[in-house]
Design a protein around this ligand. Structure first.
Ligand SMILES: Cc1cc2nc3c(=O)[nH]c(=O)nc-3n(C[C@H](O)[C@H](O)[C@H](O)COP(=O)(O)OP(=O)(O)OC[C@H]3O[C@@H](n4cnc5c(N)ncnc54)[C@H](O)[C@@H]3O)c2cc1C
Length: 450
């Protein structure tokens, strides 16, 4: 096993950095050694680093990288049951299993997410209405606790640890192995239609009508549109394709290496870009047969996309609202954004069909709306306004994207937090696993008392 080395780590949003002692074990024995090395500021596990904020960072502490725990251990070609180490990423899953007719059931919009990271945030995708979130497909995990013991946790065995670890942002321990079911797919492609959406009401009506008819539902929202056009965008509806005939070639890859000057983020420039994107879809709509790689991992067609907001990085505000309040809540969020002319390339909307099985899982029966915003003056105040709107509508913010939420808001948004704390008190009373996020959100039982 290699030694601890000092390193500076960041995550996708590049708004948060941590100086930390880092280690990348390649075996269970190596992980045990890492977990046993004690440190006052604890340790956190780091997978692909594709969370946006501070969930995988531990400034002044220790970080356990899972990149060398990357073996696929078994696969049942009848049931799709797969066992792999937690550092396996979604690119590896697609490469290995698509030729055998299987695909992951749920993914993020980038292939660099690891299976451990997908579990630790119980990720949801544009097919949430059809298949739920990642945790719904997980049979069991092997988790190394703070004590160094490895426990198997499932819905039947150590069920409390399973529920706490699913969406538990790495605070219950390091997930070593995950057993989940890959999905048999008819081909390596999806049939997608793209239609223009006139405004926020049109967006909601069209999504609601598609909830039970399509496998995939995903709206890109023109965050620069105001007034009658607020909430306009392009809605993608998709199904798995019966075959791969006529698959559209993936878009050319142009890595973004530069960090554009702030003038590039001027509202006039952003508006020109979002107009272009809206108008790229003809008024009558269009359809395409797309390979599953580009279909799932649209953002990977622009490597370095996270540099586009400049040197100071960016924030994502990823909201979720229950069905009863989703329309009013998301409308108010859009109004708050347009009132201050907050500029962004990326705002997206996705329906969700119900809760995840984790105590801190984000999904619910309702709608998710997320926007990326450059980190500049005024954005923190805007975040506070949106946090208030979300609370007033019984919604929540997604910790995978978060860097700014306040601890008392978090406690209100996640009513099972006390149950989570009870389990932490039992399995990790000294808070061996902690992160910048867990301290900011006062997640540990001791921190909650101050
Ligand atoms: C371009 C892009 C698109 C995205 N799209 C979506 C999306 O569509 N839906 C969605 O839900 N999310 C999405 N995300 C967020 C992403 O899926 C989550 O943040 C995911 O957790 C990142 O996984 P990771 O392997 O990079 O984990 P990291 O970012 O390294 O860590 C995230 C959390 O998981 C914990 N963790 C990681 N590995 C382990 C382990 N082995 N054991 C215990 N804890 C662990 C970390 O401690 C941390 O708390 C997107 C992110 C990006 C950058």
């Amino acid at each position: 096993m290699t030694d601890w080395t000092d390193s500076t780590l960041t995550t996708w949003g590049r708004s948060r950095y941590a100086r930390s002692a880092v280690i990348a074990p390649d075996s269970e024995a190596g992980l045990l050694e890492a977990v046993r090395g004690s440190h006052a500021r604890g340790a956190i596990t780091y997978g692909g680093g594709r969370c946006y904020g501070d969930a995988a960072l531990d400034d002044g502490g220790q970080t356990i990288l899972t990149r060398n725990l990357n073996r696929i251990l078994s696969f049942d070609s009848v049931s799709g049951e797969t066992v792999c180490e937690a550092g396996v990423d979604f690119a590896a899953l697609l490469k290995r299993f698509l030729p055998e007719g299987f695909c992951f059931p749920v993914s993020a919009a980038t292939a660099s997410v690891t299976v451990g990271g997908a579990f630790a945030n119980d990720i949801h995708s544009k097919n949430h209405c059809a298949v739920g979130s990642f945790g719904h497909h997980v049979q069991w995990i092997d988790l190394m606790l703070a004590s160094g013991d490895v426990v198997r946790a499932s819905r039947n065995e150590n069920a409390d640890i399973f529920q706490a670890s699913l969406g538990g942002i790495g605070l219950t321990g390091t997930v070593l192995r995950v057993c989940f079911r890959m999905l048999r797919v008819p081909s390596g492609a999806a049939d997608a239609t793209y239609q223009r959406i006139a405004n926020v009401d049109d967006m909601f009506d069209t999504i609601e009508a598609a909830r039970s008819t399509h496998d995939f539902i995903f709206g890109w929202v023109d965050a620069m549109a105001r007034g009658d056009k607020m909430g306009r965008g392009v809605l993608e509806l998709g199904r798995y394709a019966p075959d791969e005939d006529g698959v559209a070639p993936p878009p050319p890859i142009k890595p973004i290496r530069i960090q554009p000057p702030s003038a590039f983020l001027h509202p006039i420039v952003l508006k020109a870009i979002t107009n272009r994107r809206f108008n790229a879809v003809p008024p009558e709509g269009q359809s395409a047969r797309v390979g599953l790689g580009p279909f799932f991992f649209a953002l990977d067609s622009m490597p370095g996309f996270n540099r586009i907001y400049g040197r100071r990085g960016f924030y994502s505000i990823h909201t979720g609202f229950p069905r009863e309040t989703q329309r009013d809540g998301i409308r108010k969020v859009m109004e708050a954004l347009t009132a201050v002319r907050a500029g962004s390339f990326a705002a997206v909307i996705k329906p969700m069909r119900g809760p995840g099985d984790g105590l801190l899982s984000f999904p619910m029966d309702g709608m998710a709306y997320a926007i990326d915003l450059p980190r500049r003056s005024g954005v923190e105040e805007l975040h506070r306004n949106i946090e208030r709107i979300v609370l007033d509508h019984g919604g929540r913010l997604y910790v995978a994207k978060d860097a700014l939420m306040q601890a008392d808001s978090f406690a209100q948004m996640f009513p099972k937090l006390d149950a989570f704390r009870e389990i932490l008190a039992k399995i990790d009373p000294d808070a061996r696993f902690q992160s910048d996020m867990s301290r900011r959100l006062k997640i540990h039982p001791e921190a909650a008392r101050h």
